[in-house]
Write a protein that binds this ligand. Sequence first.
Ligand code: HEC
Length: 94
Amino acid sequence: MPIVVKAVSMEDYEAWIDDRKALKLAALESQNKTLTMDESMAEGEKVYKKQCLMCHQANGEGVPGAFPALAGSEIALKKENTLEHLYRIIYGKN
Ligand code: HEC
């Protein structure tokens, strides 16, 4: 892969550094942010589409005999099963 060197003025360099700092700061601030329910749902939808949809399907109904439905699943929906839910995602069924 070629290395591309771009010569810029000191002013442009400092503006670039300021942009990088602002991005880093925004990323750090977003880690400490408490999300509203709507924001959480939007974030969850993105994760679901990327990580879960291919097996559990867009509507959460799964594929009978292969991938269980999350729609209506006690593990997915009941708060007291949160740890079981996380355990299934990380380790699968034991
Ligand atoms: C490669 C396919 C695949 C992907 C991707 C996948 N799962 Fe699953 N999931 C399964 C299979 C197979 C089972 C049944 C075996 C088990 O429970 O480990 C299952 C079971 C579950 C269960 C238990 C459901 C019940 O009621 O028995 C939950 C909850 C679950 N998955 C959530 C998720 C979530 C959330 C994601 C995304 C972060 C995800 N899964 C991604 C295949 C997948």
